[in-house]
Design a protein around this ligand. Sequence first.
Ligand code: CMP
Length: 138
Amino acid sequence: MELTFAIIKPDAVKSRDTGRILQRIEDEGFQIRAMRMRHISQSEAEGFYAVHHERPFFASLTAFMSSGPCVVLALEAPDAIRKWRTLMGATDPAKADAGTLRKEFGASIENNATHGSDAPDTAAFELGYFFPGIELAR
Ligand code: CMP
């Protein structure tokens, strides 16, 4: 079993797609081990996305991520990191495969509905960033 970190981003919460995305998560066989709705500050978003801080879209990305509530999750499954990225689809919804969450719920490369860790070290950082010290429910 592996854990990954996921976000249902402010665009998808605002469009009331949270329930549909959670249903897809459970239908695909993930166990939700932790879940919280958070309206993060821009400085929290900056810390979370620190690896992107030289990118031209950093200010816009962190403003968007702090523009409204999001849902942060710890998801467990065999090969959870890869499995969740497959379910999300490509970063740009226009390039995402049919049936993926970003294709269905995303509007643009920034407003792309969901986030997922891309590797074990980033999953560990991201889980710790939003669920520090939490005992994951079993
Ligand atoms: P996410 O998986 O959360 O990781 C970093 C985010 O940066 C990514 O999803 C996109 O929402 C955003 N992003 C990546 N590339 C661009 C881009 N070229 N323009 C705007 N936002 C981007």
